[in-house]
Ligand binder design. Sequence first.
Ligand code: ADP
Ligand code: MG
Length: 151
Amino acid sequence: MKNYELITYSPEETWEISYKLAEQLQPGDVLTLEGDLGAGKTTFTKGLAKGLGITRTVNSPTFTIIKEYHGRLPLYHMDVYRLENSCEDLGFDEYFEGEGVTVVEWSHLIEEQLPVNRLVITIQNQGETTRKINVQPIGERYHQLCEELFG
Ligand code: ADP
Ligand code: MG
């Protein structure tokens, strides 16, 4: 399985990666973000938002599972960490198939509801400001995207 490993040494470097990625995103794109608490999932999402031209501040949707932002494309930011029951379906499909870009933090909690084709991003904390970002494309669209960006 093809995957890309990127190391960043500051939040800004992580932000730069997601910013560049955002510029290439299309309606219906789905990104999943895995990693422990404090790994940088929301930091990554902030860069995505900036890259999509969103000016509102993106933060961890602690009490809301889904937040919607508007830029060049809508951004649906999901954090399913607090989902009581992982079988609970909040109409995720409508977001995945919608006109915007969906990014899901703690996506493994809704594994069964995720679309097959997606960009799987895993962030590992490797020290105070060092992060290993693994990007695994699933599906032709994401393979091409990754080749262009990280190949
Ligand atoms: P998560 O959403 O995964 O719980 P956050 O993005 O909320 O994590 O928090 C990550 C924290 O780690 C932030 O305070 C961020 O500034 C810090 N950080 C330090 N170095 C990095 C890096 N290289 N990439 C991303 N975040 C980093
Ligand atoms: Mg978060």
